[in-house]
Design a binder for this molecule. Sequence first.
Ligand SMILES: C[S@@+](CC[C@H](N)C(=O)[O-])C[C@H]1O[C@@H](n2cnc3c(N)ncnc32)[C@H](O)[C@@H]1O
Length: 244
Amino acid sequence: MTPEQQLREEFNRWAEAGRGEEMEKHHLDITEKAIRLMELRPGERVLDLSCGTGWATRILARLVGEGPHGFGQVVGLDISDEMIRHARAASRDFENVMFVWGSAQQIPWEENFFDQALSVEAFYYYPDQDRTLAELFRVLAPRGRFFILINLYRDNPYSLRWVDELKVPVHVRSEAEYVQLLQAHAFEDVRAVRIADDTPTADQYNGKWFKNAEELREFKRIGALLLSGRKPDIRSLAPACQIY
Ligand SMILES: C[S@@+](CC[C@H](N)C(=O)[O-])C[C@H]1O[C@@H](n2cnc3c(N)ncnc32)[C@H](O)[C@@H]1O
């Protein structure tokens, strides 16, 4: 089985177990803060990379709706066809969203298209992060911006115990390593900021991801890592000319 087939199967299991919808609860606070920093404008075209059940896709769709420059569109992409099925079922009332089954390593979309891209809690799963960054560079419009939000990174030690709990391999890099990686892909204005999760934490914790409530509280205080960057004002090569 290839790493991508493994990801598809694992996240199909998550979707079938209802964990896709649960993620909204865990990621909403930090995602709303990240979306605020995107400063979206009506009419923009946005990619939600690894959209899961599409709850963030729908937030983005409301923000880019109708505006002076036309009707904004949001594309949600995920490697799990089950997640995509859930996302489509929950988004029937939206005219400006589309969900596509595919890989972040081969984004099935034309070059120079999206004004912005968001990826929530998924980047560390991508088997070849360089390839995904090359794909983001290709599909973003000149001066288009991306925002990658991750909870699992080396500088938040409380996230590292997940590495053994997750059933698929993940990358564990530090903030500094990620910044270097983004710069190596020729993105401009590369930034890394921490986004604390300000939701209250119950005194009892019985889950498997943290030792106890105190650890969960500390994890939220250190916060998620939000990486962002901008494609320079150039047109990328068409896919056929791109060398991976
Ligand atoms: C932890 S979930 C987060 C989902 C969603 N962004 C959210 O916050 O609810 C990770 C998601 O990444 C997707 N994913 C993992 N590897 C992927 C890949 N190579 N290409 C596209 N999506 C991928 C999974 O299918 C899953 O939906």
